[in-house]
Design a binder for this molecule. Structure first.
Ligand SMILES: C[S@@+](CC[C@H](N)C(=O)[O-])C[C@H]1O[C@@H](n2cnc3c(N)ncnc32)[C@H](O)[C@@H]1O
Length: 234
C-alpha cells in the first residue's frame, strides 16, 4: 500500500499536473499563462506589488527583473500596468520557465521580455542590468520541506540571491522583496543582506515577531553607495 502511495505522489501526480492545460490570468489586457501548481501567490497577494509601488510613487523604470518568477504574475503585471518598459524573468523550475515563454509568445512580447532558466542568478548573463528587482520568493525555512514554491533550505536561496544580485543592479537600482511574516521577520534577513554588501532602505507592513497567519511585508534593498530615490526612502 505504502509503495503505491509513493508511486502516486512521486510519479503519477506530477505527470498529471504536467499534462494539465494552461489557465490564464489577465492583467490590463496581458494574458499570463500558468498552471495552478506553479502559482506561489503571485496571482493573489503578489498583485499587491502594484498598489504598493504606485503608493510609494515609483515612476516607470526601464528594466525590471522578477526573481523566483514562477509564471511571472508579478513581472508581467508590472509591464501591463506601465511600471516597467521591459522585463527579465527567471526561475529554477523548467515548467515555470515554459509558462513564462508561452506568455511571451501569446502576447508577442519577444522584444520586451527575456526569460531565463536559472538556479538563482547562475545563468543570468552579465549584460542583464536592472533598475528594479521584485520577488515573492520561497518564504519558509522550517516548513514546506522539499517544495520549491515554499521551502528555502537554511535560507540558502535568499543568501545566494543577495550575494549575486549587486552586479546586475543599475546605479540607483532597488530590490523589493515580498516576504511572509509567518515565515520570517525583517531581522531574519538583516545580517545576510549586510554580509552581501547591501543595505535595507525601507521596511513596509512588517511585524517584528513571526505571525501565526500569513501576512506579507516588503523589504527595500540597495547598494550602500547608491542614494535611494524618493519612492524607496524610509
Ligand atoms: C513562492 S513561489 C513564487 C512564484 C511566483 N513568483 C508567484 O508569485 O506565484 C517561489 C518560486 O521560487 C522558485 N525557486 C525556488 N528555488 C529557486 C532557486 N534556487 N532559483 C530560482 N528559483 C527558485 C520556485 O520554482 C517558485 O516558482
Amino acid at each position: 500500500m505504502r509503495f503505491w502511495k509513493t508511486i502516486e505522489h512521486r510519479h503519477i501526480k506530477p505527470a498529471l499536473r504536467h499534462l494539465r492545460p494552461y489557465a490564464t490570468a489577465t492583467y490590463a489586457g496581458l494574458r499570463v499563462a500558468y498552471k495552478p501548481h506553479l502559482d506561489g501567490g503571485g496571482s493573489s497577494f503578489g498583485q499587491d506589488f502594484i498598489p504598493v509601488l504606485r503608493g510609494r510613487g515609483m515612476p516607470k523604470v526601464a528594466r525590471a527583473f522578477e526573481w523566483c518568477a514562477g509564471p511571472g504574475f508579478i513581472g508581467f503585471a508590472l509591464l501591463a500596468h506601465g511600471l516597467t518598459e521591459t522585463l527579465c524573468l527567471a526561475d529554477v523550475n523548467p515548467e515555470a520557465v515554459a509558462a513564462c515563454r508561452k506568455t511571451v509568445r501569446d502576447n508577442a512580447l519577444e522584444k520586451r521580455v527575456a526569460v531565463y532558466h536559472s538556479d538563482n542568478l547562475e545563468n543570468i548573463p552579465a549584460a542583464e542590468q536592472w533598475d528594479l528587482v521584485v520577488s515573492n520568493p520561497p518564504h519558509f525555512v522550517d516548513s514546506g520541506i522539499g517544495q520549491l514554491r515554499y521551502h528555502d533550505p537554511d535560507w540558502s536561496v535568499h543568501r545566494g540571491f543577495f550575494g549575486a544580485v549587486a552586479r546586475h543592479l543599475n546605479p540607483g537600482g532597488v530590490i523589493v522583496l515580498q516576504e511572509n511574516n509567518a515565515g520570517s521577520t525583517p531581522d531574519t534577513f538583516t545580517a545576510m543582506i549586510a554580509e552581501a554588501g547591501l543595505k535595507v532602505v525601507f521596511v513596509q507592513d512588517a511585524s517584528a515577531q513571526r505571525t501565526t497567519q500569513s501576512h506579507m511585508f516588503y523589504l527595500g534593498i540597495m547598494r550602500p553607495g547608491d542614494t535611494p530615490p524618493a519612492w524607496a526612502r524610509g
